[in-house]
Structure formats: structure tokens, C-alpha cells
Write a protein that binds this ligand. Structure first.
Ligand code: PXL
Length: 266
């Protein structure tokens, strides 16, 4: 299941998650949190869904279909986050013995348009991070959450430590936005060991939905019972190939493209 916002431009958010789920052979379900007004040039507004309707979608799916893993993306408001946390606790989503739970702390679009109200980040950290199996911020989100400016390997590890201290079992610091690096290296920390996931850097302006796609593919692997490190390795390969296959749509940033999977098997 993805708990996420709709992107009318079809690049990011739940449209992107459901594409990856289908291409990875997983039946995708969704709890919509917000409807964004968006194209390849940016997000001009969003309409949040009432918290009880978000919780109702999760409950309806669990009661009938069941869920093997959950991923969150854009959560929009503190009220929605509280409703998701209450529902997760009730339905045993996340936590050591619960359903695998990936929390992508989406704060803004790549153009800097807000996707979370300013007061909601604190609620997200306080209520969802302690339930998360893994959190997957990019470097902008890392700065907002920890105050750490990642510029090299040492600061990337400092950030992973600071994120892990907020309660998730694993913290992944995605290095894709570190433009000075020759590779794209993500650092995963479980409180003891650091693991690095390195991929070639794909130079494309068509990278909309990259973070969502990494998280969605990782969630598919978690749904199949892989460990968090193995699931991240799968997600990293998936998003790298999807960046290499990205295409232009509209005048701005085109979407990453997971349809390479129709021809190849990771
Ligand atoms: O990529 C993060 C993201 C998530 N969800 C929605 C988005 C975006 C970025 O634009 O629009 C709905």
C-alpha cells in the first residue's frame, strides 16, 4: 500500500508508486492523502483529504485485501499524520513485529513547492519515525529534519546517526542530490553498522518521482519478505534503471520511467 498524494502530472506521488508496484509484480493499493494541482513545471496547490477518510482507506484495505508492506509519501497535514499513526498502531503497521513500514518524509516538490504544512513535520517525526522500519529522506529533507548540511561521507554518516536517533530501525540518507559527487551513494544505518549503496550518477533533468520510485520498489521488496538492506539494494537498482529510461513530458522535469522492466529483470 502507498499512502500518498495524487500528482495530476502523472510523474510522482501515488501515480508513480502504483506504476512501480505493477511493474514489480505487486498488487498496489492506495490511501490518498491529498490531491495536488501539478504539472512538470511545479505544484500550484493541493487539497488535503479529511483525516478520517485517509484512515478509512487504510482500514478498508486491511480488513479485506490485507497489506504486505506500507510506504508513505506526501502526507499534507498534521491531522492526516495523526490519523495514520493511530491507524498504524491499531492495525499493527510498523514497529518490530508489525507490517514492514517505509516512511519517506516528503516535505516539498523538487521545485520547492510545499507538500506538508509547516507544523506537520514535527508530528511526522514524533508519530511516524518511531514506527518506521526505514526512513528515506533526501538531502533537503535531511537538512530540515536534522539541521545537518551533507557535503561529504562524514556529514552523510552524521545525518544518518541523527535520523536514527529519532526512532526508526534503519535510516537511509539518499545522496542523489549531492551534485558534486561522481556517483550517487545512499547510506543506511541501523544504529550499529553503516551500509553504502552506490550507483552510477544518471545525468538527466527528467528525474521527477525518483525518490518515490526508490521507496516504492523498496516497499515491493519488503512485501516479498526481503530484509531492509536487501530491499534498499533492489530499490536502488530499480530507480537507477528508471532514471536511465526517463523521458521528457511537458516543458519542465519529465518522469522517471520504470517501464524498462517490461523488457528486463533486475
Ligand atoms: O517526489 C515527492 C512527491 C510526492 N508526492 C507528490 C508529489 C511529489 C513531488 O512533486 O507531487 C504528490
Amino acid at each position: 500500500m502507498t499512502i500518498a498524494g495524487s500528482d495530476s502530472g502523472g510523474a510522482a506521488g501515488l501515480q508513480s508508486d502504483l506504476r512501480t508496484f505493477a511493474l514489480a509484480g505487486v498488487h498496489g493499493t492506495s490511501a490518498v492523502t491529498a490531491v495536488t494541482v501539478q504539472n512538470s513545471l511545479g505544484v500550484t496547490g493541493f487539497h488535503p483529504i479529511p483525516p478520517e477518510t485517509v484512515a478509512g482507506q487504510i482500514r478498508a484495505v486491511v480488513e479485506d485485501i490485507g497489506i504486505a508492506a506500507v510506504k508513505t509519501g506526501m502526507l499534507a497535514t498534521a491531522g492526516i499524520i495523526d490519523a495514520i499513526a493511530d491507524t498504524a498502531l491499531d492495525l499493527r503497521i510498523g514497529g518490530p513485529d508489525g507490517t514492514p513500514f517505509l516512511v519517506d518524509p516528503v516535505c516539498a516538490s523538487q521545485h520547492g513547492d510545499p507538500l506538508l504544512t509547516p507544523d506537520a513535520l514535527d508530528t511526522l517525526l514524533r508519530r511516524l519515525f518511531p514506527l518506521a522500519w526505514v526512513v528515506t529522506p533526501n538531502l533537503d529533507e535531511v537538512r530540515l529534519i536534522t539541521g545537518i548540511e551533507v557535503v561529504d561521507d562524514a556529514t552523510q554518516r552524521d545525518a544518518a546517526r541523527a535520523l536514527h536517533a529519532l526512532g526508526p530501525r534503519w535510516a537511509l540518507v539518499k545522496g542523489g542530490h549531492l551534485r558534486t559527487a561522481v556517483t550517487s551513494t545512499d547510506v543506511l544505518y541501523d544504529g550499529t553498522d553503516f551500509l553504502e549503496f552506490e550507483a552510477r550518477r544518471i545525468d538527466t533533468r527528467h528525474d521527477h518521482g525518483a525518490g518515490d520510485t526508490l521507496g516504492a520498489a523498496t516497499a515491493c521488496a519488503l512485501a516479498h519478505g526481503l530484509t531492509v538492506p536487501d530491499a534498499i539494494a533492489f530499490g536502488k537498482e530499480w530507480v537507477t534503471r528508471s532514471l536511465a529510461a526517463a523521458y521528457p513530458v511537458g516543458a519542465g522535469h519529465g518522469p522517471v520511467n520504470a517501464s524498462w522492466r517490461l523488457r528486463e529483470r533486475p
